[in-house]
Ligand binder design. Structure first.
Ligand code: FAD
Length: 626
């Protein structure tokens, strides 16, 4: 069997994985980057709006403290506050670093990196490249990997001496020795041949879980692999009940349902209307945000040119609020003909400006829906977009509870609390990708012995099982059933009975998944690949549904019809998922969130804080100020 030895193995080649790998290599570690899809085709490449970083280029009042406050508000104070602090402080440097490595962001008139408005951000904050920011980020990080390989060639005569990419290679198990990580087991998608990575540190950077839902902005490879690999290796997942349904996905035609319509459309002036032509978002501003949002269309419109003297329009509320509002309008019978609402930029900006600012959106609608967004509104509706939940990690190093395991990016949990602000993911990838790469390197430096690779036979037996069964369940059918169940029963609005029903279905699907059979051999066999991915999607769905059933309140990306408000009883509770190595049953326990540091909690106004936190925390606040 093919076998390779590394110091650090990074699973995933999106923004988080590439930044982690660059860091590990810069710290002198022999580093492998493994990715399931083609190198360059990670989800990050699809990111449109930009990376949030309080550089203060467009409004000099912006700084890390304002960004920190916005992030905590967006996450309804369930965020790991240390992560939110590090993120707000370090994001500007990480964006600058990208420019030093060759990225070219759009500019302000005076030549600074331009920043655009986005939901939940008090000031224009998203550094962007038109609506193709993720592409520029990935291009730049890949270029940096190549530059490092050229340095290595000059010294060692081998481009891949210190950093090597294994593309179209899927990891199915993490390997351990005496409780610590010792490597990873994978297969080549093309040949089906197995490959073992012998490494004392693994960084998970595998992205999201969207493919557990039918309507999603996520592409085929987002099957929750990293979440499941961590769980099966003995690590914990937190915040799994919080799923972000982006308010604006395409709703028509059916073949492209769910594809993202970037929030930049609203950031640049686009408005949401129902079938009566009303800008309905004015009716959906929750109490906690009332003093920050415009109360009339005139004020909202003035804000685009004069932010100092006006409040922002409610179309720019955090995503969870906008998604729920659209859902309510459609349910009330005021939706668009294809079951969404109207998003109009055509009456707000000149055609040339739309094409300049939103080239991908213009192209996407023209090609996929035959709609010219410079002339008519788009029809949009909520789509499963992002998971706030993920591997519980140490904020400073990205370390999970299993020695040698690290995680960064969408697969990790905590940073975004119950709801992520747009633009905060791209900056999260850079800040915590770098930290996880550094954390893994330091861990390797501290080892006194290299752990031995064990468990290869078991991993291989698990992987070939669907091919060896003569007959059995069709993995595609199981997948469709899971997607429908999650969409309909654990979607944007949840009820105890329905989530309970979903859990029953997931339980039965897990049983049936033990009996999936894939015809054909190991050579490029997507049916076999899906049979292996199903284990991960089912495990992750079990975590989402179990946590959603337990959390009896509505907060951020978790809305319970039967518990409509935020509850002080749940304010400081995290739900922590774990599972045995065979994944037979997910256990969920409650855990108290640590108190915020005094210098951070006092960044908030007491009046505002009282809308979110408990009496105990307010007492801590008063003590900190005294
Ligand atoms: P990804 O970029 O998702 O990469 C995951 C990597 O892991 C891939 O290389 C994949 O092949 C690999 N992988 C997965 N499983 C395995 C396995 N088993 N074995 C080996 N490799 C594996 N965020 C913003 O901040 N701003 C935006 O403007 C923005 N726009 C977005 C637009 C769209 C359409 C979407 C879908 C998301 C957007 N987001 C945005 C969110 C953001 O893009 C993602 O959260 C982020 O890119 C995730 O990056 P990542 O590095 O964690 O993982």
């Amino acid at each position: 069997m093919e076998r390779h030895e590394y110091d650090v193995v990074v699973i995933g080649a999106g923004g988080a994985g590439l930044r982690a790998a660059i860091e590990a290599r810069q710290q002198g570690k022999r580093t492998a980057i493994i990715c399931k899809s083609l190198f360059g085709k990670a989800h990050t490449v699809m990111a449109e709006g930009g990376a949030a970083a309080a550089m203060g280029n467009v409004n000099s009042d912006d700084n890390w403290m304002v960004h920190f406050r916005d992030t905590m508000r967006g996450g309804k104070f369930l965020n790991n506050w240390r992560m939110a602090e590090l993120h707000a402080k370090e994001a500007p440097d990480r964006v600058w670093e990208l420019e030093a490595w060759g990225a070219l962001f759009d500019r302000t008139k005076d030549g600074k990196i331009s920043q655009r408005n986005f939901g939940g951000h008090e000031y224009p904050r998203l550094a962007h490249v038109g609506d193709r920011t993720g592409l520029e980020m990935i291009r730049t990080l890949q270029q940096r990997v190549v530059a490092l390989q050229q340095e290595d060639f000059a010294v060692h005569g081998d481009y891949e001496a210190y950093i090597k990419v294994f593309a179209e290679c899927t990891v199915t198990r993490l390997l351990k020795d005496d409780g610590a990580i010792s490597g990873a087991f994978a297969y080549w998608r093309e040949t089906g041949k197995f490959i073992v990575f012998d490494a004392p540190a693994v960084v998970l950077a595998t992205g999201g879980i969207g493919k557990s839902y039918v309507v999603t902005s996520n592409s085929w490879e987002y099957t929750g692999d990293g979440h499941a690999l961590a769980l099966l290796a003995g690590a914990q997942l937190i915040n799994m009940e919080f799923i972000q349904f982006h308010p604006t996905g395409m709703v028509w035609p059916p073949s492209v349902r769910g594809i993202l319509v970037t929030e930049s459309v609203r950031g640049d002036g686009g408005v949401l209307r129902n079938s009566l032509g009303e800008r309905f978002m004015f009716n959906y501003v929750p109490d906690v945000f009332k003093d920050k949002y415009a109360t009339s269309e005139e004020e909202g419109d003035r804000w685009y040119t004069d932010q100092a003297n006006n409040r922002r329009p409610p179309e720019l509320l955090p995503r969870d609020e906008v998604a729920r509002a659209i859902n309510a309008e459609v349910k009330a019978g005021r939706g668009s003909p294809q079951g969404g609402v109207f998003l109009d930029v055509s009456s707000r900006l000149p055609a040339a400006e739309i094409i300049k600012r939103l080239p991908s959106m213009h192209h996407q609608f023209k090609e996929l829906a035959d709609v010219d967004i410079t002339k008519e509104p788009m029809q949009v509706g909520p789509t499963c977009h992002y998971i706030m939940g993920g591997v519980e990690v140490d904020a400073d190093t990205g370390a999970a509870s299993v020695p040698g395991l690290f995680a960064a990016g969408e697969v990790s949990g905590g940073m975004h609390g119950s709801n992520r602000l747009g633009g905060n993911s791209l900056s999260d990838l850079l800040v915590f990708g770098r930290r996880a790469g550094a954390g893994a390197s330091q861990y390797v430096d501290g080892l006194t012995r290299r752990p031995a690779v064990t468990g290869v036979e078991e991993a291989m037996a698990e992987a070939v099982a669907p091919l060896e069964r003569g007959g059995g369940e069709n993995p595609y059918e199981l997948h469709h059933e899971l997607q429908r169940t999650m969409n309909e029963l654990v979607g944007i609005i949840r009820k105890a009975g329905e989530v309970g029903d979903a859990l029953d279905v997931v339980e039965k699907l897990k049983e049936r998944a033990h009996n999936t059979a894939s015809t054909g051999g190991k050579i490029y066999n997507p049916g076999w690949h899906l049979a292996l991915d199903l284990r991960n999607m089912l495990l992750v769905s079990e975590c989402v549904a179990k946590a959603a059933l337990i959390r009896e309140e509505s907060r951020g990306g978790h809305t319970r019809d039967d518990y409509p408000g935020m509850s002080p009883d749940w304010r400081r509770k995290l739900l922590v998922c774990s599972a045995p190595p065979d994944g037979s049953e997910v256990t969920v326990v409650e855990k108290e969130q640590p108190s915020m540091r005094d210098d951070l909690i006092t960044l908030f106004d007491r009046g505002e804080l009282s809308k979110y936190v408990t009496e105990d925390e307010l007492a801590e606040y008063d003590a900190a100020l005294a």
